[in-house]
Design a binder for this molecule. Structure first.
Ligand SMILES: Nc1nc2c(ncn2[C@@H]2O[C@H](COP(=O)(O)OP(=O)(O)O)[C@@H](O)[C@H]2O)c(=O)[nH]1
Ligand SMILES: [Mg+2]
Length: 345
């Protein structure tokens, strides 16, 4: 490419000269007003137009022209070299910086997932399996979520495990109301004998629902009650938060042929993923049948629901959406949950 400057009395005049000399392929790069005159005396108004023209094999007219042409082609060569280097670097870094795998057309969705707290690796895998639309992404998320619901609670019952304060006692009240609303008798049991508050709560609940309530200190007391009462209705068993691993250990020892009540581990959705996973990993995870997410009303985003569902690979029993008994609990549809995970869309 060569660059050349043309001066004319006006822009139109300069342009005509350009056309005459270089034809209509010349590209106008810039124009400016200048002063010209004979013998270097700058006293006449004029317009200087700078144009570029693709270099042909024809003769080069003057030395200045040759210099600019060389400069540009040098520059282009350098840009080409840099571009090759960037491509090479990208290829080299791809295994180390995997986000480079996300194509330009999916970058927006990728950023959306990260903003919602979805783990980077999970976000990449999701996008590899999705088209570049929000609907397609939502469908991929939906396909990954397993929702079991509260049927096991209605059949034989549930034992609730999880760290202190996650919402076990409150959730038992909600589930007990749900079962009672279907005119089914329910049995309440608490292994949290030392917590006066939680015992008082359960006692009040049993009075409201007119259902039996027992406080037991040890898992070894459970078989007699469970096998005697289970035929009368599902068991809802509350546990102390600090000892869930010991309780699971005891269950394994005392019920060698299997515990007849499903075990549901509660996770506070407003906690960060690493803290939530720390409590999950500190228990005998292989013994857990399902998970429940509490305190969705306190969470600012819901990507962690996807992360934890994938990492625990347990089906979801329910979500709780506030402290209110009995209403703040629901079994979400996959569509609802997927929408929540991508930011309530
Ligand atoms: N905002 C909100 N608070 C909840 C929810 N579930 C339980 N809580 C509150 O969390 C606190 C601890 O609940 P609790 O049932 O005693 O937890 P536990 O120690 O696991 O039995 C109580 O103040 C509950 O009212 C929920 O879904 N949302
Ligand atoms: Mg409790």
């Amino acid at each position: 490419m060569k660059i050349k400057k043309f001066v004319g009395g006006s822009f139109k005049e300069a342009l005509e000269t350009v056309k005459k000399e270089l034809g209509s392929d010349a590209i106008i790069l810039s124009s400016k007003s200048v002063k010209t005159g004979p013998f270097g005396m700058l006293n006449k108004d004029a317009v200087e137009v700078t144009v570029a023209l693709e270099e042909t094999d024809g003769p080069v007219h003057d030395s200045r022209e040759k210099a600019s042409g060389t400069d540009i082609s040098e520059l282009l060569k350098e840009i080409k070299g840099l571009r090759e280097e960037v491509c090479y670097l990208k290829d080299t870094l791809r295994p180390i910086v995997p986000t480079l795998r996300v194509g330009k057309d999916k970058k927006g969705l990728f950023n959306l997932l990260l903003k919602q707290g979805v783990d980077t690796q999970f976000a990449m895998i999701l996008l590899e399996r999705s088209q570049e639309t929000l609907d397609s992404l939502k469908n991929s998320i939906k396909g990954d979520l397993k929702i079991q619901g509260l049927l096991p609670a209605e059949e034989n019952g549930l034992i609730f495990l999880g760290p202190p304060g996650v919402g076990k006692t409150t959730t038992i009240s909600k589930v007990a109301h749900m079962i009672a609303s279907k005119r089914r008798p329910v049995n309440l049991i608490s292994l949290d004998a030392d917590r006066i508050g939680s015992i008082a709560n359960m006692k009040e609940l049993s009075q409201q629902l007119r259902c039996p309530f027992r406080v037991v200190r040890r898992v070894s007391e459970l078989p007699k009650i469970i096998y005697k009462e289970m035929t009368k209705g599902p068991m809802l068993i509350d546990t102390p938060g600090a000892e869930f691993d010991n309780i699971l250990e005891d269950i394994k020892d005392i019920f060698p042929s299997g515990f007849p009540v499903k075990k549901c581990f509660l996770i506070d959705s407003s906690m960060n993923v690493s803290s939530a996973l720390k409590s999950w990993q500190s228990c005998k995870t292989d013994m857990i049948d399902s998970i429940g997410f509490t305190k969705l009303d306190m969470a600012t985003h819901y990507g962690s629901i996807y992360n934890i569902s994938m990492l625990t690979s347990r089906p979801l029993s329910f979500i709780t959406t506030g402290p209110g008994v009995p209403n703040d609990i629901r079994v979400p549809t996959g569509d609802f949950l997927a929408g929540l995970i991508i930011g309530g869309i």
